[in-house]
Ligand binder design. Structure first.
Ligand SMILES: Cc1ncc(COP(=O)(O)O)c(C=O)c1O
Length: 340
């Protein structure tokens, strides 16, 4: 984990990019502090609960999620009294709610750079929202935000998608410049694309999250080495009764039932020490390891460490992270911002 944090800090520093790590991956204030101590400019969150939790360690927080509904807007206004908050939004309706709440925050206009999840789809819409933000006395217009979450191909094959994103960004940046609202911040980035961020001209900061731990998906698309996977579920063998498989006490309630996106790799996780042994099936509390292609035969009570397909969802299922160094347990942190 320390090596992953150092590598991303070094990449962003060398490319003059600000690092705003997405803390949805670890949901743990002590780990946000580690990221800030290594030079992160601020932290990113998705939920109000994450923002409230991270405000205990971070002065600058980016809520990369549209704040909608009165309860959330009240909490937004309150947390903005404790930290410098930036929000991302993509509609005049959401903006009206933020203005009515009285929250004093900076605003990034979210654009759809190809993922088709949220974000305005035309430069004209981005300009209209930026102008409305600029007119609101309680708000500061800061720029634009996009999430390249659609780029999931192998890292070696990303260039065409990176180029497409760059051209799309250019259109938005030029339109905002022409309207007298050049974006001071252009927030992008994900773990799969992280080290290509400098190729997307105009980007000033990135928000990778998964990189702190990495996972089976990140390794499958070449965005990390298997040895960079820093998070595992430690599970115990509970049954070897059925030939060709081994049951462990980590099921969907520990690993999550997420497929690998971007690569053809079946199963729900793999053993850290034996990546050829895959979790082939899950019940809530059972994971079934496929041992049909290996001579390895564990005994009841043996322990194995499983790298999940998608670490962020697995972390959210754990109350606590146990810290290991050279196979020694050296402490633990509460996953304080989980749930909600
Ligand atoms: C808006 C936003 N930004 C950044 C990230 C971080 O991406 P990754 O987990 O690939 O590092 C996410 C991940 O879901 C996201 O939704």
């Amino acid at each position: 984990m320390a090596a992953n944090l150092d590598a991303m800090a070094a990449y962003t520093a060398s490319r003059n990019l600000q690092l705003w790590p997405h803390t949805k991956t670890h949901k743990t204030p002590e780990l946000a502090r580690e990221q800030l101590q290594r030079g992160a400019r601020g932290v990113t969150v998705a939920t109000l609960h994450e923002a409230e939790t991270m405000a205990s360690v971070a002065e600058n927080i980016l809520i990369a999620y549209p704040p909608v509904g009165e309860p959330k807007l009240k909490r937004l206004a309150a947390v903005a009294e404790r930290a410098r908050i930036t929000i991302a939004l993509d509609s005049l309706d959401t903006l009206a709610g933020v203005i009515a709440s009285g929250a004093r925050v900076s605003v990034l206009v979210e654009i759809d750079a190809g993922m088709h999840r949220v974000g305005v789809t035309s430069p004209e819409q981005a300009v209209a929202i930026a102008q409305a933000v600029d007119r609101a006395p309680s708000l500061e217009y800061a720029g634009i935000l996009f999430y390249p979450g659609h780029i999931r191909e192998d890292v070696s094959a990303q260039q065409p998608a990176i180029d497409k994103t760059r051209w799309r960004l250019e259109q938005f940046i030029e339109a905002l410049q022409a309207a007298g609202l050049p974006p001071r911040r252009v927030s992008g980035g994900s773990t799969p694309t992280a080290t290509h961020s400098h190729l997307m001209e105009g980007v000033t900061e990135i928000r990778p999250g998964t990189y702190i731990f990495n996972d089976r998906t990140t390794a499958a698309i070449g965005a990390c080495k298997w040895s960079d996977c820093a998070y595992t579920i430690m599970a115990t063998v509970v049954s070897t009764a059925i030939s060709g498989q081994v049951a462990v006490d980590a099921g969907s309630k520990a690993l999550s039932r997420e497929d690998i996106r971007g690569a053809n790799a079946p199963g729900f996780g793999a053993l850290l020490d034996r990546p050829d042994v895959v979790v082939k099936a899950l019940s809530e509390e059972h994971g079934l390891l496929d041992v049909s292609k290996t001579d390895w035969r564990p005994r009841i009570g043996d322990r194995v460490r499983i790298v999940p397909n998608h670490v962020c969802v697995s972390v959210n299922l754990q109350p606590r992270l146990w810290l290991m160094q050279n196979s020694e347990l050296i402490g633990s942190y509460e996953v304080a911002a989980r749930g909600w």
